[in-house]
Design a protein. Structure first.
Length: 336
């Protein structure tokens, strides 16, 4: 009995988390620093060591690993971007790269790893979990395109940045009685376009999920609105549709109405995060540490129906997300 109890205690010591690593991967998003800060300070408060990994998985493979203290994350919660920097990493898609990454985690004593990023980042975390590194993923993307969660770190800031820019463009569009095409980010997902379309009162929203739009019908609608006395016509165009400049030329030629294209671009990724992104990201960061301490691995933290939840990464990656049909119908109805 004594030997059995001793073995259990030794197993518990061996499995206990002592050092947590944290990295940001893929596209940067406002609120990532709040999540990093929460991971660091929660872990330190629990008596753990924290190591920051610069430049995502690329930096992990290059061993760009630093110790993080509470002071290192001071005065960061209000900053956009990521203090750990980020990068894409093709090598992490290979079995050789994954095994090397797991070996480096072991070399630096990293028992648990918090990965802040999107689906591609989670796929890397999944591979590391399979190789014995306890991993927790936090949804960090301005695209809101992770299926297991209603909220992703950075979306609220990005959509508010875009909304404010579109409000300003509408002012000058009205003054000149123009048609304005505003291109927002979203290569594969139209959530930024949809939310801005509703929030800015756009007459038309073009999204990757609805690629087969009819430009002739769009031109007819612009002309009808002009007849009804409208002073402007706002088209929100997602990056995944693109071609905004040429589209503007075609519309101007067909309608005779001055048409301008504005591509908001990467300004949507930057800027000080909103209160929501700071609070939600902080809560998720703290939760990631708690999950690791509870012995959990291969999990993704999400937010659903007003509660913070966690999913198995395999389950999360298998989920598919669709634009809510009712929101799209509301947007079209309000554009009348």
């Amino acid at each position: 009995m004594a030997e059995a109890n001793k073995k259990v205690r030794l197993d518990e010591i061996e499995d206990r988390i002592r050092t947590i690593g944290v990295l940001t991967s893929g596209g940067d998003a406002p609120g990532m620093n709040a999540a990093i800060r929460a991971v660091v300070r929660t872990a330190l408060a629990k008596g753990l060591k924290v190591r920051g990994i610069r430049r995502g998985y690329h930096g992990l493979l290059k061993e760009e690993i630093i110790d993080l203290s509470a002071r290192d994350v001071s005065d960061t919660i209000q900053r956009g971007g990521t203090i750990l920097q980020t990068a894409r990493c093709q090598a992490m898609r290979t079995e050789e790269g994954q095994q090397k990454a797991a070996a480096i985690c072991k070399k630096y004593g990293i028992d648990g790893l918090v990965v802040i990023g999107g689906d591609g980042s989670f796929a890397g975390a999944q591979r590391l979990a399979n190789l014995g590194v306890k991993t927790i993923g936090l949804p960090g993307t301005i695209d809101l395109d992770i299926a297991c969660t209603d909220y992703t770190i950075g979306f609220d800031t990005a959509v508010n940045t875009a909304m404010e820019a579109i409000d300003k463009i509408r002012d000058t569009s009205t003054s000149h009685e123009r048609c304005s095409i505003i291109e927002v980010m979203g290569r594969d997902a139209g959530y930024l376009a949809l939310w801005c379309g509703i929030a800015n009162g756009a007459e038309c929203i073009l999204m990757p999920e609805e690629r087969n739009y009819n430009e002739e019908e769009l031109i007819e609608d612009i002309l009808e609105n002009k007849k009804r006395g409208k002073k402007n016509y706002i088209i929100i165009n997602a990056e995944g549709i693109g071609d905004s400049i040429n589209m503007a030329k075609r519309i101007e030629e067909a309608t005779g109405i001055e048409t301008r294209a504005s591509i908001i671009g990467h300004m949507q990724r930057g800027g000080s995060p909103t209160c929501k992104d700071r609070v939600y990201a902080s809560t998720m960061g703290a939760m990631a540490v708690e999950l690791l301490l509870a012995g959990k691995s291969n999990r993704v933290v999400g937010y659903q129906h007003g509660a913070y939840v966690d999913f198995d990464i395999n389950e999360a990656l298998s989920m598919k997300k669709k634009i809510p049909a009712h929101q799209y119908e509301i947007a079209k109805l309000l554009a009348l």
